[in-house]
Design a protein around this ligand. Sequence first.
Ligand code: FMN
Length: 274
Amino acid sequence: MTAPYSDELTARFGYDLYLGGEAENNAWIKQVLLRRTHRRYADRPVPESIIRLILAAAFSASSKSDFQQASVIEVNDREQRDKLAALLPDMPQISLAPVFFVFLGDARRLERMSKHPVRNGALEGFFNATVDAALALQTATLAAETLGLGTCPISVLRNHVEAVGDILALPEKVFPVAGLCLGYPAQPGFISMRLPPEATVHRDRYDDNAVAAVAAYDRRRDARHSLKDRQKSPEIFGTAEFYGWSEDKARQAMTPEGTGFAEWLRARGFDLTK
Ligand SMILES: Cc1cc2nc3c(=O)[nH]c(=O)nc-3n(C[C@H](O)[C@H](O)[C@H](O)COP(=O)(O)O)c2cc1C
């Protein structure tokens, strides 16, 4: 008899993790282990009640100090959606998804609702609002997946933050964390293998050698889904004999992203040096 999570753990990590004893067999945890981003959606509307329920779940996420610094914009208007989609032509899901949200860090509300001279534009305010918005985004994702929908976050919106800010009329101290496409999946999608616990889970203190586990992960991931023929920027980095996840991500990280974001934030009331 196989252990309860054997298939799901193998699907997620490329091998059956040792859980260290009997873990209760739970259908929802299995669904989380098998979760995946969906970028194509069926031509099937999402009922309004489901949208309301997903957002209610999203705003049930925990919140730093109960400050509740997440907000969301539902982009229903076709013209508004098209303006955003036009910024990112290689992400057609922004236009095609039945539902599109933009999750915002909202460091503004705390200042506006107060009779006191609250100043929330330092790094702490920015960071707390970012974390709150990210938690709401992920809770929306899990809620949607639980209801049979698929989602795709869109953080590349921030590469066009000036235009996005104008289109969505974002005031000072309100900033986009990520968009979220939602719809019923048009295809099964695939599970993206994750780093093993040896690389990500440290015991009692940080172990700088944990990174050594990435090499075997690269091989496992390559055996399932090779990137060999999709090497990024070979004209700069050359063609690698073995092209694994770590090489792919290093090349990606060498290409600057979101370069105008810091300046945009500064112009909108944030001083992240404090
Ligand atoms: C904050 C955040 C931003 C993301 N932004 C984008 C994006 O702009 N475009 C996109 O296609 N996917 C985006 N994704 C999806 C990731 O690419 C995806 O989660 C990752 O490849 C792992 O795949 P999985 O979610 O299927 O496991 C984003 C995910 C997160 C958490």
